[in-house]
Design a protein around this ligand. Sequence first.
Ligand code: HPA
Length: 276
Amino acid sequence: MLEEIKQTADYILSKISENELPKTAIILGTGLGELVDHIEITTSIPYTEIPNFPVSTVEGHKGRLIFGKLGNKRILAMQGRFHYYEGYSMQQVTFPVRVMKAIGIKTLFVSNAAGGMNPKFVIGDLMIITDHINLFPEHPLHGKNYNELGPRFPEMSEPYSKRLIEDAENVAKENNIHIVKGVYVGTQGPTYETPSEYRYFRIIGGDAVGMSTVPEVIVARHGGMEVFGISVITDVGGDECEMTLKVSHEEVQKAAAAAEPKMTFIMKELINKFKE
Ligand code: HPA
């Protein structure tokens, strides 16, 4: 694994100039790729050209690494992520985060689409992720630990950076954007939730549920990166919510697209403002 990470990092570094090197990266979720339009792109590398990179298959994902400037920050954007439900191993799902760390990324921003089960949430809300519950059937750190990458037993008391959450709340307040905060439950999918699963996720302390993010965040924290995440609530369920009837991928994409400008704005402002 260490050899593969190094090979991929070296390949990427050979494609960019030294002054393009970012300390900040962002992973864009389903239907949330628009932020890329705000990046002054200097280099774009399709996943298909990157050694050891899996290839993204899900509809709506273009699958490329983008280097450029977002506001005043150098940035690396992953347009399209690898989901466990696509058949990738946890090591494959999180490989790009390992590579990010190897090229010097210190802070990771993530976005995703999620189903809400907090009764106060409505479709189109933006939820700042304050914590997560890992319900994936496999752990991304399962197996041999490489001390070069991080500790055997990483502590997880602050998976999502408190100072970045505070910064994001300030950006929202200053710009009159309604945001909510909550706990993201990560599940393997690809089925959306049954009514009882929604009830269960609420009982165990979840506010929203989705099929990504948790593996990447675990690996980012393992490597000592600071993390910030936002979920766009694209459907709702559970006893206390009027469940979205028959959630579909198209509906999720549509709801994500509708809320995307708000999400893009907050991410852009936050990335511009935060202290790297
Ligand atoms: N469940 C799981 N993943 C999702 C959902 C959902 O309701 N909405 C968007 N991604």
